[in-house]
Design a protein around this ligand. Structure first.
Ligand code: EPZ
Length: 419
């Protein structure tokens, strides 16, 4: 297991350009399976392990793929149906999106249930019930899922604005017969990016970002060149690190309006934020970090659950007590116990963590439990006194490209030890 060795206590200062959004490029790569009319070129793609796994799955379907210099090319003209083996599907949650893409292209799909970050129960009941409403026959043994049939028009209400379910419906319906309307759809920027990509291929989807999405099925989709949006959570990671280490970091390559909830919280915690067209600068100029009181994660445009552990890391030494309620996943506070090893004072009750600001953090040996909490541990280690060892960093590499290189570029003292 690879690990990071970090010597903390120095401010992180400088500029970093974030990569393309992980949670955008993954559904868009699944959507490439739907295109049998030419070559697709995606730019601003992050070189992360989840992208590698997704390309392996596309290759299994017979798609030709290549990845160089941030650019991915996909040719799905000769793609043919196949089931996806469990070992690949089990590696990441987004593999579930191949259900909708395969159903949309081949009118059948077959794969194990998806894996991914352990954040509590991660059912796919909303995905499967939507497929059934679109006329697919769905069988779910609990281990394996099979769908078959041609998706037709339907009116679908999502009881929860699930990101994955919204994306899977868009993928299954965009080449279906008829019109699918999704009410209470997820509104994340990555949903809009998926809509814009499918429309650029000749699809007909509207309403992404509004909560009501209308998908008109089309016969064919053609090749296209497309640029992936910047990663708002990667940006949040560096902004939180600037405040935690009393540095100053400018992140570029991201749309500032995609992380307003995060930058507002940084300001409410005593930080200062300067937003320009496609960059954001965060610092606190030696001022104390203040507790913002209560933080509650919720679907976009609310405070993003993916930034919950990042902000917790930022607030470990804040004056006062912060109540952080995880409103999206039922088990996403485990990182608290790793922070406690570093001297943090946190009590967890159900889906709420009470972070009592402490004087200093000190280096410790900690374990990354998932992608975002791994990044959060790096933030805490950068602000702690002494040396930290962060184990299981393969979780972090699923979503952060060149993480240690970018942090060294900001003055961080971090080394990656391969096992
Ligand atoms: C996506 O996961 C992201 N992953 C997650 O990012 C992100 O945290 C999440 O959306 C919320 O924003 C990708 O885009 C690859 P959901 P997803 O369906 O689609 C419940 C990261 O670190 N639910 O919106 O799985 C579910 O249990 C990852 O980048 C059902 O009950 O999120 C959860 O409590 C982590 N039934 C809530 O909805 C369903 O059928 C949110 O899930 C589906 C979901």
């Amino acid at each position: 297991m690879s690990e990071y060795i970090i010597s903390g206590g120095r401010p992180l200062v400088g500029h970093v350009r974030v990569d393309g959004a992980k949670n955008s490029v993954l559904p868009i790569l699944c959507a490439c399976l739907l295109c049998d009319g030419g070559i697709i070129t995606l730019s601003n793609c992050p070189r992360i392990t989840d992208v590698q796994y997704t390309l392996e799955i596309l290759n299994l379907f017979g798609c030709e793929t290549s990845f160089a210099d941030g650019q991915i090319r996909v040719n799905s003209e000769n793609a043919r149906f196949c089931g996806i083996p469990c070992d690949l599907v089990g590696k990441m949650r987004s593999a579930a999106l191949f259900l909708g893409a395969a159903a949309g292209r081949f009118h059948q799909a077959e794969q194990c249930r998806p894996g991914g970050c352990e954040l509590g129960s991660r059912p796919i009941d909303l995905h499967l019930s939507a497929f059934a409403k679109m006329g697919l026959s769905v069988s779910d043994t609990g281990m394996e899922v099979k769908c078959s049939g041609c998706p037709h028009g339907a009116d679908i209400f999502l009881r929860y604005p699930s990101v994955g379910a919204t994306e899977n419906i868009m993928l299954a319906a965009c080449r279906g017969s008829g019109t699918v309307t999704v009410t209470n759809a997820a509104r994340e920027p990555e949903i809009e990016d998926l809509q814009n990509f499918i429309n650029a291929m000749g699809g007909n989807i509207r309403g992404a970002g509004s909560g009501i999405i209308i998908i008109e099925g089309v016969e064919k989709l053609h090749g296209v060149d497309y640029n992936i949006i910047g990663d708002r959570i990667e940006a949040a990671t560096y902004l939180a690190a600037a405040i935690a280490t009393d540095g100053e970091i400018t992140v570029s390559g991201v749309c500032p309006s995609h992380l307003t909830a995060v930058t507002d919280l940084i300001v409410n915690s005593g930080g200062s934020v300067c937003r320009k067209h496609d960059s954001i600068t965060a610092s606190r100029g030696g001022q104390f970090i203040l507790s913002p009181g209560k933080v509650e994660t919720s679907p976009y445009p609310g405070f993003p659950t993916d930034a919950q552990s990042l902000i917790m890391a930022m607030l470990l030494c804040a004056a006062g007590t912060t109540e952080i309620h995880e409103g999206v996943f039922d088990d996403r506070l485990r990182v608290s116990y790793e922070f406690i090893k570093m001297g943090a004072d946190i009590t967890v009750s159900g889906r709420t963590a009470y972070v009592h600001g402490t004087e200093r953090l000190y280096g410790a040996r900690v374990f990354a439990g998932d992608l975002r909490s791994g990044a959060a541990l790096v933030i805490a280690a950068m602000s702690a006194r002494g040396e930290s060892v962060i184990k299981n960093i393969s979780h972090i590499e699923r979503g952060y490209n060149n993480f240690e290189t970018k942090l060294r570029g900001l003055g961080g003292n971090i080394v990656k030890l391969k096992d």
